[in-house]
Design a protein around this ligand. Structure first.
Ligand code: HEC
Ligand code: HEC
Length: 306
């Protein structure tokens, strides 16, 4: 197996991104302090303020160097993704109008299919998504693409995410609604993948545990997903784009990205960012979450007739 060889880019990725995020954070700070009066600059010893007056007074142009990997990622993105997600990743590609859900606007840094503590997808999350696509949405899979291409496009997507969040934050800093330090921290925490969620080993099910799963389902899920896994369509729920967001119809028996136990455990634990699907972290014990996941899987296996 060539696993060991394949692992490498994955380890390099986060390092480069951590560096990029730090560079961005410094830039957000510089941007705010740079154009301000000289005295502000001289009062910011931690800021590495520019020695001379910068000649470039351009606003947000993040200093993320276009590495060979990013150039490769951009090429792939422009060929295969921009028609939906838009050249800048704002979700406004040529094919975007009329799509529901809309192609993701990366600049908002909201992700549904992450398996990390802070909803920022890991490289593995992105690769899984790129390979499989999203069932029930227009997002296609790219199963034939090589790992290096997919890692490159993942890196390029992260660049777009960092640029989007940085633009939003530097706006807040210049409005005085956020300090530079807070902006730096926010940029890092909104764009750097947090620790992977640790899923406890999947317990076996039995009648008592399925009963418990049903109890939790009726308590916490039924109002959106419906008693038989067929949601009440008169319920008006919306996602962050203001589009109608219909709770997953378990009776139809599909999930968007992965239907294995651990994936559904994570969706139930963390919710789905940017949608009405809430997080149940802290509301139920890990054992209860496993039980309700098994009950949901049971609803999928017994779809309603007609
Ligand atoms: C035909 C349109 C289309 C194309 C082409 C497309 N996407 Fe998407 N993409 C979508 C839609 C729609 C969603 C939202 C799916 C949802 O919310 O259920 C999405 C979601 C995503 C997400 C968000 C995942 C998350 O966790 O929320 C990422 C990242 C993404 N796409 C990257 C890409 C990349 C990279 C490519 C090219 C390799 C690509 N997409 C090609 C339509 C597209
Ligand atoms: C306030 C309404 C609401 C409640 C309560 C709710 N959900 Fe959801 N759920 C949603 C919506 C909306 C979606 C679809 C989000 C999307 O795909 O954009 C969803 C999607 C899901 C998915 C699909 C994940 C995928 O990848 O396709 C699972 C699993 C899920 N919910 C489980 C649960 C469980 C278990 C409970 C109760 C413990 C629950 N939900 C409670 C609204 C809700």
């Amino acid at each position: 197996m060539s696993d060991e060889h394949d692992e490498k880019p994955n380890r390099i990725g986060p390092t480069i991104w951590a560096m990029a995020v730090i560079a961005m954070a410094a830039f957000v700070g510089w941007k705010v302090l740079g154009p301000a009066t000289q005295s502000v600059v001289s009062h910011a010893p931690t800021m590495q303020a520019p020695q001379k007056t910068p000649t470039i007074s351009e606003p947000v142009v993040p200093p993320i160097q276009m590495t060979a990997q990013l150039v490769r990622g951009r090429r792939f993105f422009e060929d295969s993704c921009a028609l939906c997600h838009g050249e800048r990743g704002d979700g406004n590609g040529r094919l975007s109008p009329g799509q529901a859900p809309r192609p993701r606007d990366f600049r908002r840094a909201k992700f549904k299919f992450a398996t990390t503590d802070n909803h920022v997808p890991s490289d593995d999350d992105l690769l899984r998504l790129f390979r499989s696509g999203v069932t029930g949405a227009t997002m296609p899979g790219f199963p034939q693409a090589g790992r290096e291409d997919l890692l490159a496009v993942a890196a390029y997507v992260r660049k777009l995410v960092v640029e989007g969040v940085a633009a939003e934050l530097s706006h807040e800093v210049s409005n005085g609604t956020m300090t530079t330090d807070d902006a730096r921290r926010a940029l890092a925490s909104r764009t750097t993948p947090g620790p992977a969620i640790v899923v406890p080993p999947e317990p076996p099910t039995d009648e008592a545990r399925l009963e418990n799963g049903k109890r939790i389902y009726l308590e916490a899920c039924v109002k959106c997903h419906g008693a038989d896994g067929e949601p009440d369509l008169s319920l008006q729920l919306f996602d962050e784009d203001g589009q109608r967001n219909i709770p997953r119809r378990f009776a139809q028996g599909f999930f968007k990205v992965g239907e294995d136990g651990p994936t559904l455990y994570i969706r139930t634990l963390k919710g789905m960012a940017g949608t009405p699907m809430p997080s149940f972290e802290g509301a139920y014990s890990p054992s209860d979450i496993w039980d309700v996941v098994h009950y949901v899987q049971l609803l999928c296996r017994h779809p309603r007739k007609n």
